[in-house]
Design a protein around this ligand. Structure first.
Ligand code: HEM
Ligand SMILES: N[C@@H](CC(=O)c1ccccc1NC=O)C(=O)O
Length: 297
């Protein structure tokens, strides 16, 4: 069989592109896509510590989760500011978006959820004392949930920008603080110790908050909506926050189970007891009165 001669460049001129239907190919500098997405930066931030083929997905999953944490912090901050301005629609839209984002975040456990101890051990030692415990953006999420803790700033003392952002977030009202202030401005009286609490301390469950949510869930609308109607704004706020709480709990639980599979009861690289410590953390209730109120409706 005779080989057909390779076409010379001149024998196959590039067909003229039709400017009306074909994508643009010529850009003076970087593409507008790159200018917006910064994909070149993003895809050159992966620096595995070993040659183990399985380390890349561990690193990238962690980076992907950091990006989702960043988006979720943005949504909850938007929601908190909107509540403060009495713009419930804007707050609900941001909270509902965050629900979809939390589901995408939780789905990203999939590649790590079934690591065996031997697979994880292949690169675990290279992680040294590194641990997700040191994630500043995760702490921002917890602070917005009302889970404040000044000691969580300590690991970031060596990184002034991160430390300052976290210190600011520690003393700002949380998303839950703003939701409770909104409740109090819309017919549900709450005491000063709830509304003017020390923002740097964690939110503690309070019977007056439970009573307020109980009234909301009983359909006892006092914010101008028709009694008990399903479009009661406060009920929608309660349900949007409950969805967030459940999905955060699911993230913690998926993390716990992945950890149990990958390393059993070994001590964590962050210095904690590992699984036993994560179990305790996963038992914490997010927006506690939104759960306990349900027993009284
Ligand atoms: C199989 C993979 C993983 C294992 C075995 C694991 C293990 C652990 C352990 C043992 C801790 C407790 C602290 C310590 O002593 O280190 C911890 C904390 C933590 N990890 Fe992971 N982790 C894994 C994946 C991830 C990923 C992908 C993220 C995403 C960023 C992450 C984020 C966190 C966070 C935020 C904490 C602190 C939790 C808290 O303060 O309550 N982990 N992890
Ligand atoms: N804490 C894990 C290590 C780990 O998972 C990790 C290490 C560095 C950066 C992120 C991590 N993810 C969660 O802790 C361990 O004890 O093996």
């Amino acid at each position: 069989m005779t080989q057909s001669p390779l076409p010379t460049p001149t024998s196959t001129p590039t067909p003229a592109s039709d400017p009306g239907t074909d994508p643009h190919l010529d850009f003076a500098g970087t593409t507008p896509y790159e200018d917006y997405v910064r994909a070149e930066v993003l895809t050159h931030l992966q620096h595995p510590l070993t040659d183990e083929p399985g380390e890349m997905v561990f690193l990238v999953t962690t980076q992907v989760m950091e990006l989702w944490f960043t988006v979720i912090v943005h949504e909850w901050t938007t929601a908190a500011h909107a509540l403060r301005r009495d713009e419930l629609g804007t707050a609900l839209a941001a909270l509902e978006r965050s629900g979809h984002e939390l589901k995408a975040l939780n789905a990203s456990w999939e590649p790590l959820a079934r690591l065996t101890p031997a697979e994880f051990n292949a690169y675990r030692a290279a992680l040294g004392e590194g641990s997700g415990f040191q994630s500043a953006m995760y702490r921002r999420m917890e602070f917005l949930l009302g889970e404040k803790s000044a000691s969580m700033l300590v690991p970031h003392r060596g990184a002034p920008r991160v430390h300052d952002e976290l210190a600011k977030a520690l003393h700002e009202p949380s998303l839950y603080d703003e939701a409770l202030a909104y409740l109090s401005r819309h017919g549900h009286e709450l005491p000063d110790e709830v509304l003017h609490r020390d923002r740097g301390l964690p939110h503690e469950p309070h019977p007056a908050v439970e009573a307020a949510w109980t009234a909301v869930y009983a359909g006892d609308a006092r914010d101008g909506s028709p009694d008990g109607s399903p479009d009661n704004g406060l009920l929608r706020l309660g349900e949007a926050l409950t969805e967030v709480a459940e999905l955060v709990w699911r993230w913690r639980n998926d993390h716990l189970v992945a950890t149990r599979r990958a390393m059993g009861a070994k001590q964590g690289t962050g210095g904690s007891a590992g699984v036993a410590w994560l179990e305790k953390r996963a038992r914490r209730s997010v927006f506690p009165e939104l759960w306990t109120a349900r027993s009284h409706v």
